[in-house]
Design a protein around this ligand. Structure first.
Ligand code: RUQ
Ligand code: CUA
Length: 670
């Protein structure tokens, strides 16, 4: 990692801790740490050829806008899923079928920053239906269907800037929660920086997510102008609540590294969303005009369309008493995590020297007793001592995030001292610590955010990989490290590189996903307006300067494969349907000089469209880009392009004779 990037992190930690950072984060490397026996580590992560990993592990791609899918414990990369980015591997976001998934009120955005994967839940356990993830820069949520490993729905979050504390799922995926990182004038307008404290606001959003195609903002809560960082819904007894950390309760708007680090404690917001629901039902929310996009990929047409929404329900805390409280929390808190029992709410403080643990039952009692220190913008602030269960001492420097195992242990990532600290709940005693290489951000225990963690492994997601891998120019690979947590002592098993920056990740038992896979799309159900379900149904039509070509692909030819009558400047739309009805037989399609969509990758039973605009006369080839059979290299064709005004009629042919030969050949090649 470059010094610039390193100094960004350091700056946030403040100058005082700088020396310590260098001392710890750059401590001389041990080759292997915490492992008694290397052979044992190797065998623990060895997944023999032909065998499967026990877990799927979904990593955020960070600034790549994607999601990485790994197998654990091997650390093998299985797939890169495009979400908030165009993807050159499968044409996502380039072709006209998927482009709309990137639509926003700001326009079509080809690339964003993803942070927190969140698996859908039933009864507080991962159910394997969907994975959600946020776009941080232009606030959005996405739904990834885990039967297809495909992004199928995106929703813009209005009245928000910096969609960081998101999208964490409640116990039955009733809601995904979100909070603004950057407070802004709301409704957005031109205000002076000096009016930050009075005119700038934050929001908390509750987003309906439990039904495909119906994702929407249920309601928003207008909050004081702090920076809200991360959130976690309650579980069990605390189900119905969600907790958000905030920093910059100083409400600084310049040089935050100094000006937002003054208060000894900031606040954690405790939000009773069931109370919010009630107030909305009683008509206490205001209707705020706004504009945001909802984009859905239709199952039958394989095409995404956009809908523009024009208002949200906004709740003001003063109109809904009992909905929002603040819990003082030391110091510039970052992570907040709720333990599997739902009783303990664990904060992380970037500049804290302890790990603060709030107790849900104590919070409830303090609220009932009105045990408040004061009000902040009309929101009651619970007495620190009244909600505090314990402060874990000796947690390392800069505790950030916590995950849980099935045995009552907590694993805390500690950024500045670059380690994982294991401690007990309710004991609040540090039990073990292990160094990470280097500068850990998030960490993830298998099932570690659920009511029933699987345990077994914790993965450290590190900000710096420095000398751990072969160098690759100015930017080194991002990295994760797998630790065994089955015994008393954590043991490092494996380093593995990751795609993009792995902010957070979630591991789920493979058995919850692998048997539900869609193997191909049913051709009979394909309702794309330009589908051709047989070669007889292919054809060409011209309307003005636009030429539609309905085309099919099957091992190993296109129909038609000779196209005549196209003219310079025509917009040629190749609608290619993959006729295969078998698992793992995509076909590719590329036409020379296609400058807008470039290529297609078409799944069995699916239709995709390539836009092609010839700018000179000639005869131009197209071909299949995915090695699909012994005669893949024969899977090709030509378009003949005449000058404007030519009298050559639009026509298409597929040579019957060669077709037969090819069918026989590919049949035997299968
Ligand atoms: S957080 S910088 Cu998930 Cu620790 Cu984003
Ligand atoms: Cu189809 Cu190669």
């Amino acid at each position: 990692m470059s010094l610039t990037r390193r100094s960004k992190y350091l700056a946030s930690a403040g100058a005082v801790l700088l020396a310590a950072t260098y001392l710890y984060a750059c401590a001389p490397r041990q080759k292997v740490s915490g492992i008694g026996n290397l052979g044992d580590a190797a065998s623990r992560t060895y997944v023999a050829p032909g065998s499967y990993d026990e877990f799927y592990f979904f990593t955020s791609g960070g600034f790549s806008g994607q999601v990485g899918v790994y197998g654990l414990p091997s650390g093998r990369l299985l797939k890169v899923l495009p979400v908030f980015s165009q993807n050159a591997e499968n044409g996502y976001g380039y072709n006209s079928e998927t482009k709309a998934l990137l639509n926003t009120s700001y326009g079509n955005i080809p690339w964003d920053d993803t942070h927190h994967p969140s698996l859908s839940m039933t009864n507080g356990e991962h159910d394997g239906r969907w994975l959600f993830i946020n776009a941080n820069n232009t606030p959005r949520f996405a739904r990834i269907d885990l039967a297809k490993f495909e992004t199928t729905e995106t929703l813009e979050i209005p009245n928000t800037a910096g969609n960081h504390g998101a999208p964490f799922a409640t116990e039955n995926t009733e809601y995904l929660v979100a909070a603004t990182r950057f407070s802004i004038p709301l409704p957005q307008k031109d205000e002076s920086f000096g009016d930050f404290a009075t005119k700038f606001k934050g929001t908390i959003s509750l987003v309906k997510a439990n039904e495909f195609g119906k994702m929407d903002v249920a309601f928003q809560i207008l909050m004081p102008g702090f920076d809200y960082d991360l959130g976690r819904p309650g579980k069990g007894p605390s189900h119905g609540w969600v907790f958000f950390t905030s920093y910059n309760t100083e409400q600084a708007y310049t040089k935050l590294e100094v000006n937002a680090s003054k208060n000894d404690k900031d606040y954690m917001a405790a939000v009773n969303w069931k109370q919010g629901e009630k107030c909305v039902a009683e008509g206490k929310a205001k209707t705020w005009p706004t504009k945001y996009y909802h984009n859905v990929l239709d199952d039958a047409t394989h095409t995404a369309t956009s809908e523009v929404k024009t208002s949200v329900k906004m709740l003001l805390p003063e109109d809904c008493p009992g909905m929002v409280y603040f819990l003082p929390t030391p110091k510039s808190p970052h992570g907040v995590d709720v333990d599997p029992t739902g009783e303990y709410i664990v904060g992380g403080g970037k500049l804290a020297t302890v790990i603060p643990v709030h107790s849900f039952s104590k919070i409830q009692k303090a609220i009932a007793d009105k045990n408040f220190e004061k009000d902040v913008y009309g929101i009651p602030v619970v007495n620190y001592a009244a909600s505090m269960f314990c402060e874990v001492a000796n947690p390392g420097l800069g505790p950030l995030h916590n995950e849980f195992d099935e045995k009552g242990n907590v694993y805390t990532s500690v950024f500045i001292s670059s380690e994982i600290v294991k401690w007990s709940l309710p004991g609040c005693k540090v039990l073990d610590r292990v160094p990470t290489y280097y500068s850990i951000g998030h960490l993830s225990v298998m099932g570690g955010d659920t009511r029933k963690p699987y345990g077994k492994y914790v993965v450290a997601m590190n900000k710096i990989s420095k000398d751990r891998f072969l160098p690759t120019g100015p930017e080194l690979t991002q990295s994760a490290q797998l630790f065994d947590i089955s015994g008393d002592k954590m043991k490092l098993l494996l380093d593995f590189p990751t795609i993009g920056e792995p902010h957070y990740a979630q591991g789920i038992l493979a058995s919850k996903i692998k048997d539900n896979q869609v193997k191909f799309f049913k051709l009979a159900d394909n309702n794309h307006p330009y589908v051709a379900k047989t070669e007889q149904a292919t054809g060409l039509t011209r309307s003005g300067k636009t030429v539609h070509i309905k085309m099919t692909a099957i091992r190993s030819h296109f129909a038609p494969d000779n196209i005549d009558g196209v003219q310079v400047g025509d917009t040629v739309l190749f609608h290619v349907t993959n006729l295969e009805q078998d698992w793992d037989v995509p076909h590719g399609f590329a036409a020379i000089g296609s400058f807008s969509d470039a290529e297609l990758l078409i799944m069995p039973g699916q239709t995709r469209t390539l836009t092609w605009i010839p700018n000179s006369p000639g005869v131009f080839p197209f071909y299949c880009t995915d090695f699909c059979s012994a005669l893949h290299q024969e899977m090709q064709g030509y378009v003949r392009v005449a000058a404007v005004g030519s009298t050559v009629a639009l026509s298409a042919t597929t040579s019957k004779r060669s077709l037969k030969a090819l069918e026989q050949a590919t049949g035997s090649a299968r």
